[in-house]
Design a binder for this molecule. Sequence first.
Ligand code: HEC
Ligand code: HEC
Length: 374
Amino acid sequence: MRLSVRLLLAMTGIALLALAITTRPVARANNEPAVFPIGERVAIKTPLGLRSVPIPTDNPPTRETIALGRRLYYDPQLSADGTISCASCHAPQFAFGDARKVSVGVGGKTGTRHAPTVINSAYNAFQFWDGRSPSLEDQAKGPIANPVEMAHSLDGVVNRLQTDSKYRELFKKAWGTDQITIDMVAKSIASFERTVIAGNSPFDRFYFGHDKKALSPAAQRGFRLFTDPKKANCAVCHTIGKEDALFTDNKFHNLGIGADTRGNLNDPGRYAISKQDADMGCFKTPTLRNLANRAPFMHYGSFPTVKDALAHYIGGGNMNDHLDKAIHALDFLTFDERDDLLQFLDSLNGPLPENIGPPPDLAMSPSPDKKAGY
Ligand code: HEC
Ligand code: HEC
């Protein structure tokens, strides 16, 4: 009897230890205790071409946290002067990216990089072009406190939300308390972002759904060029898996974007984080899904069209000391082949889920600054 109690205790200990190891809490401000959503966990539906969305153990999505995160995402109250929301730079009409070359934040201040799309960021191994953030939860706190983005402080946001009775009610429903913390804010936004996913494109229906008619003959030829190591070889970085296709290897490469004619780079990219010489001018491979509405392209917003981006590869990138070995001139591709590649890229546009636009009650509430929209 005694023995079995001991055994039970030992087993509980091992189970708790395993839980402690697998649970990866987000960095907390002011040593606040970890927070857990109170509602029932919901499954996020994934379209053809994507695997199930990775979920951190300490932030299971619930109906309430997703809805709250959606509201926060579209709410300019998160910025210092109430004019800029996440959607100002990651707008639904631009495939959750930005039509401007580099982002513009509070007071018209410009940043130095183009805003990447939030679509499928749930699958990123790292967030930001230089991968400096490990998770969506961690990432969400960045822009709020960034002086050229939302220019607020994390405490300032919490205090402002705390005075709003509607938010107190929504946080209470989602987190079981109306004492708002920045972790609850970041985790709610992250749970909303995990619902902003796109697959089920003509390519997915062709490749994963085995519908031979889903792709035109030109796009099928483009697909073969895209994956052929002796031809365009794009898939070596823009990966297509056996069961899903993210079109990114989640690694960092130097294409010479932002380099001048002498090979001087305007942004060290991944090097600033890793301090590894090989990472100089390297940026994270972005997904190629839903390119249609998210021009301009690259970390510097260098190219206004997909065709211009392709021309960069045809030319062999911009020469500099750290240009990736996989980048070399593709001028042997015929003009027909280049067109086929563009047709293939166009086949990667898929529908977005419903219920990811601005929440109706927020869109109707009077904004302190009419210019802001959302
Ligand atoms: C003023 C414009 C601006 C605002 C406002 C803004 N972002 Fe961003 N966002 C950017 C830029 C620019 C980057 C890339 C920065 C970098 O890589 O250094 C980025 C990167 C990201 C990424 C990383 C995506 C990837 O593929 O690496 C996510 C996710 C994201 N933002 C979500 C948000 C959320 C959530 C908010 C609101 C809390 C927000 N952003 C507010 C401009 C903005
Ligand atoms: C060596 C790896 C590598 C190869 C090979 C490669 N890419 Fe890329 N691709 C990247 C990286 C990294 C970026 C972002 C670079 C930057 O902004 O500095 C990128 C960006 C892009 C973009 C812009 C997407 C956006 O969100 O801004 C397009 C379009 C693109 N690639 C298409 C292609 C095509 C087509 C091919 C084949 C002809 C190809 N790529 C080959 C790594 C690669």
